[in-house]
Structures are given as structure tokens and as C-alpha cells.
Design a protein around this ligand. Structure first.
Ligand SMILES: C[S@@+](CC[C@H](N)C(=O)[O-])C[C@H]1O[C@@H](n2cnc3c(N)ncnc32)[C@H](O)[C@@H]1O
Length: 445
């Protein structure tokens, strides 16, 4: 509904909210989406290149105070303007609606006790003021504009504190931020990985040059903070790219790794290997995924897309043999080491493309009883799923962080005679439009 105010400004009433927290408006028979607006709210917008929010005139009773000054600009969170309960309702509605043509049952959700300060991986970009003061920020959604952020509500609190202290040290030595436009300066990104179980941190400086000036002094000052920094790495990224880490690393303090624990097992984490970012969430996720297979101890199982071996190592006490498959060689090296430090002997890791490896197993007719697969956001491949079918694997546990590609892959499983035994979600990424799903599949009798 529109009420015209002045020529350039209009008052609108929000007709609905999208699953990712945007208000839906109808203007001149066109749908317009404005982030951060709730159903029923009246707003004033101005039409420039697009409709820009000027003010909220009538607030929804579901609105809560937004505790982040950058919420409107950053795009990292989608739901800070509503309670966690309202977010949960939106997520349930979205996932149940998305899956309804392939799965008819109500999908259970596990939500987090801590919906804030859960991200144990902090990745920020350096910027510089006109007076050459460094600041840290996050990229605005779909752009290269850096929004200055201090104390992000999703980042682990100690990692936030550490980032602020490191920034002060870098400012003390008058270091310069890299400028994409002019291709000058040094500091590109700061990455912190934080182990909540060990209270230890890994710090990475991503640089546009091969030398971090004042390196020795900076390392000394960071260690003197006494904030659990166990290792510091320089990473060189001279490419014009939105990928944060370059391929070349130099460890300038410590071993290059920190230790973390999940469900009582130890894992070494590096700078460039995948590791889940929500500790409370990952314990719930892995426990549920492993429980779903109802292992008896005599099975050979595959942990496909295994990263640093986490799921397979945790499941190893419940199976006869585990085979971990992962493309990233650095992750495989760590996975082998992780098995060793946990004294796990019934697991083998293979550095390979998961599809290729499963096709090879089809040629040798390897007997596999169950598989856990946890592919990246793009999902798996038709050939990988066909190979599972050819190997006659009876139980498949599909862990997914992207519901749309999960749905696509589940349709392939169904076309090959698999049925969905259960499907549930774990809210690993509260306040954002991301959710993790666990699906158990079996062969239809
Ligand atoms: C979502 S992560 C899951 C990792 C691990 N299961 C965990 O929970 O930490 C997906 C993993 O798949 C790996 N990967 C990506 N493409 C792959 C491929 N074609 N074959 C095997 N592994 C792949 C990535 O390197 C990454 O470690």
C-alpha cells in the first residue's frame, strides 16, 4: 500500500517478510525488497536509484532494538531486528516450505543457547582513515566497500578483543592498509581462529607485500598481550581477488596450528583448512549425524568431504573402519595427524576428489556399509550419488549447509531408489540466513 508524501518520498506498508529478513513491498505492481523491515511496519522511503529507507513510522510488536550500529549497512546478519524466536519461526517456515515436495514430515530444529558471539573464525579487512589511522571492517554485502566494525555481535568476544588490541599495536607502528584502488599499502586482512575449549588463538596477517615491517616488535607486543595467541602467520595475497587468503604462508611465531576439542577429541586447526565455526553447534551437529547411522561397531564407513577428519575421528569408536576423503591436501595432512593425537588407528585418509574416489571404489566393488557426506555449499555431484547407489550403500547421512543444493541432491537420491528416513536442522548460524541440515537416507524396500 502506498501513500505519497512529497514528490520523492513515499510511505509504504510492509506486506510480508522474506525468509532472509527483508520486507516485501508492492510499488506500482512491482515487488520491492527492503532489508530489516517486518511485516505490517509502515515506513518512509525515498526513490533514488532504488528505494531507500528513510524512517520506520510504525513498528511491529515483533521488532527488537538492533544492538549493532552497522546492521543496515553490513549485511553480515539478517535478523538482528527481530527476536531469536521470530527468526526461528522464519527458518522453520522456510525449510519446511522448501522441502515439502520431497519430504512431508515436520522438520525438527535444534536451536542454539548462544545466538550471539559464536563465530570462532573472525575475518576482517583493514582500511585506513585520511589521517592514516588503521581500522578493521567487514565487506558490505555484494560490494568491496569496507564497513568499520568493532565488537561484531557474531564474533567470539575474546577474538573481538584481540582484534582491537592487535589494531592498536599496528597503529603504534604506523603500518598502512592496502588500498585496492591504488594497489598501494601492506595490510589486507586479519584472520583470527579461536579455540573456545583451549582459550587459544591463531592469528594471520594477510599482506599485499612479502614483508611485514616491524615484524619482530609486532610479534613481541602481541604475545605480551597474554591473550592466548599461540601462533602468528603471514600470508601473502598479491592477487586482485575477493578470496581472502593467498597460497603462500610464513609462520612467524609458534607452530602454525592451534588445538581445539570437539566432543572430547582433539583437532589441530590451520589457517587455510575448513573447520566449523560454531562450537556449541558443531557438537550438536556431529552427535546427531553420527547417532543417525546407529552404528554397531562392525561397519566400514566413509567420511566424505572430511576436512581435517573431525566427523570420521569422532565416529571411529563406533565403526570397524573409517575412510576419510578430502580434496584439500593440507586438510588431509592435518587429518592424519589428528587421528594420531587421538590414538585412532582404524581410520585412513585419502586426498582425492570425492566423486573420483567413489567411482574407483565402484570398479573394485569395495564394501561400504554407511557414508557420511558433508560437501561444500555447492553440494555434491550426480556421479557421486550414482556411485553411492552402485556401491549399494545402505545408510547415507547427508550433512549440508545449503538447503537448496541439498534439495537438488536429495531429488537425485530419490530418483535412484533412496528414501528420506529423517531430516532435521541445526541452527549453526543464528542471526544469519544460514542453517545446517542432517538427512538420513536409506534404500527403499
Ligand atoms: C563443509 S566442509 C566439511 C568438512 C568437515 N566435514 C567438517 O565438518 O569440518 C566441505 C569440505 O569438502 C572439501 N571438498 C570440496 N570439494 C571437494 C571434492 N570435490 N572432493 C572432496 N572434498 C572436497 C573442502 O575442502 C572442505 O574441507
Amino acid at each position: 500500500m502506498i501513500t505519497r508524501e512529497r514528490s520523492d518520498k513515499v510511505k509504504l506498508i510492509c506486506e510480508n517478510t522474506t525468509p532472509d529478513g527483508k520486507g516485501i513491498f508492492e510499488i506500482n505492481n512491482k515487488r520491492v525488497y527492503i532489508p530489516g523491515i517486518l511485516k505490517g511496519e509502515e515506513v518512509e522511503v525515498e526513490k533514488n536509484k532504488r528505494y531507500e529507507l528513510k524512517r520506520i513510522i510504525t513498528k511491529s510488536p515483533l521488532r527488537i532494538e538492533v544492538k549493532c550500529a552497522q546492521f543496515d549497512r553490513c549485511g553480515g546478519c539478517q535478523y538482528l531486528h527481530m527476536s531469536y524466536e521470530s527468526e526461528q519461526d522464519l527458518k522453520k517456515k522456510y525449510i519446511n516450505g522448501l522441502m515439502k515436495d520431497i519430504y512431508n514430515n515436520k522438520i525438527p530444529f535444534t536451536f542454539m543457547n548462544n545466538e550471539l558471539y559464536y563465530r570462532t573464525k573472525v575475518q576482517m579487512t583493514f582500511k585506513e582513515s585520511k589521517r592514516h589511522q588503521l581500522a578493521l571492517g567487514l565487506y558490505k554485502e555484494n560490494s568491496h566497500d569496507i564497513i568499520t566494525v568493532e565488537n561484531c555481535l557474531l564474533h567470539n568476544k575474546k577474538a573481538n578483543e584481540l582484534a582491537i588490541k592487535i589494531l592498536a599495536i599496528l597503529n603504534k607502528y604506523k603500518l598502512r592498509a592496502y588500498d585496492e584502488e591504488t594497489n598501494t599499502g601492506i595490510l589486507r586482512h586479519l584472520l583470527i581462529r579461536y579455540s573456545e575449549t583451549e582459550d587459544k588463538a591463531l592469528v594471520v596477517f594477510v599482506l599485499a607485500t612479502k614483508i611485514l615491517p616491524k615484524r619482530k616488535d609486532i610479534v613481541k607486543d602481541i604475545i605480551a598481550l597474554n591473550m592466548g595467541v599461540e601462533t602468528i602467520i603471514e600470508n601473502y595475497n598479491i592477487r586482485d581477488t575477493s578470496i581472502v587468503l593467498g597460497e603462500e604462508d610464513k609462520i612467524i611465531y609458534g607452530t602454525g596450528f592451534i588445538l581445539d576439542k570437539i566432543l572430547g577429541k582433539k583437532f589441530l586447526i590451520g589457517s587455510n583448512t575448513f573447520y566449523q565455526i560454531n562450537h556449541e553447534g558443531v557438537e550438536k551437529l556431529y552427535q546427531k549425524a553420527i547417532d543417525k547411522l546407529e552404528l554397531k561397531g562392525n561397519e566400514t564407513i566413509i567420511d566424505a568431504y572430511c576436512g581435517v577428519g573431525t566427523i570420521g575421528i569422532i565416529a571411529s569408536s563406533k565403526a570397524k573402519n573409517v575412510i576419510g576423503i578430502e580434496l584439500n591436501r593440507q586438510s588431509i595432512k592435518l587429518a592424519i595427524n589428528n587421528a594420531k593425537i587421538n590414538g585412532v588407528k582404524n581410520i585412513n585418509f585419502i586426498a582425492a576428489d570425492a566423486t573420483q574416489k567413489l567411482n574407483e571404489m565402484c570398479l573394485t566393488n569395495t564394501k561400504i556399509d554407511a557414508i557420511i557426506m558433508d560437501p561444500p555449499r555447492d553440494g555434491s555431484t550426480k556421479q557421486f550419488i550414482s556411485a553411492i547407489h552402485k556401491l549399494k550403500i545402505k545408510k547415507v547421512c547427508y550433512v549440508s549447509c545449503e538447503p537448496t543444493t541439498l534439495k537438488r541432491d536429495l531429488e537425485i537420491f530419490k530418483s535412484l531408489g533412496y528414501e528420506i528416513k529423517s531430516l532435521e536442522c541445526v541452527d549453526m548460524f543464528p542471526r544469519t540466513f544460514n542453517v545446517e541440515a542432517i538427512t538420513l537416507l536409506g534404500i527403499k524396500k
